[in-house]
Each structure stands twice: as C-alpha cells, then as structure tokens.
Design a protein around this ligand. Structure first.
Ligand SMILES: [Zn+2]
Length: 115
C-alpha cells in the first residue's frame, strides 16, 4: 500500500494535508483532488478511541485542582495524537472527482479540447 502517495502521479502528500483535510485536498503534483480512503480513516479512529480509553483508565487519579478534567484531557489528547499518527503512517489516498464549482466551471482548458 502506498502511504500518502497520489495514485495518479505518485507525489507524496504532506502529512499536514492528510491529517487536516482527509475529505478533500489537492495533490501538489498533478492538481487532482484526493481523499484519505475509508479504511485508513476507520483504522485511525478506532485505534485513537482505544488509545483515548486506555489513557482515561490510566490517567493519574483526579486528586489535583483540575479534578475530573484531568482524565478527560488525557483521553482527548491521546485520541487526537494517536489517530493523527495512524493517519500519517497509514493514509491510503484515492482520487475523487473535483467538487463542482459554478464560478470556475467554464475554464479555457475545457474549450481547448476541441482542437
Ligand atoms: Zn497527484
């Protein structure tokens, strides 16, 4: 499985783009729209939730001034960090059709196809 590679031009997508824009981002190499495949996202979320659950149960006892917020914070941080790391490590990209944008639908390139 090609990790973070565009299936069309094999350009490796930046980690930030993969993690921040899993639904739709533009390939730096060929300009086509990509998304992180369902399997990678489900995997990242599942492992993230498991890590969050683990962090909540192993967080230090809530005797500090922050009280109940500590385990919750641990869980959220663990979920966010782990799911992002799994996405970075396993993101399998696929091409998606570009979103329809009426303002840029009439491009010169579309008319050039006739010649
Ligand atoms: Zn590409």
């Amino acid at each position: 499985m090609a990790i973070r590679k565009c299936p069309a031009c094999l350009t490796t997508a930046p980690m930030g783009a993969v993690v921040a824009f899993t639904n739709d981002f533009v390939c730096a190499g060929c300009g086509q729209h990509l998304e992180v495949s369902e399997a990678s996202r489900v995997l990242a979320a599942a492992i993230g939730i498991a890590a969050g659950y683990l962090a909540v149960s192993t967080a230090p006892p809530a005797y500090s001034t922050l009280g109940w917020a500590v385990p919750v914070l641990f869980g959220l941080l663990a979920y966010g960090c782990v799911s992002a790391l799994i996405l970075m490590a396993s993101a399998d990209l696929r091409l998606i059709p570009a979103p329809t944008q009426p303002s840029v639908a009439e491009t010169p390139a579309a008319h050039g196809a006739h010649h």
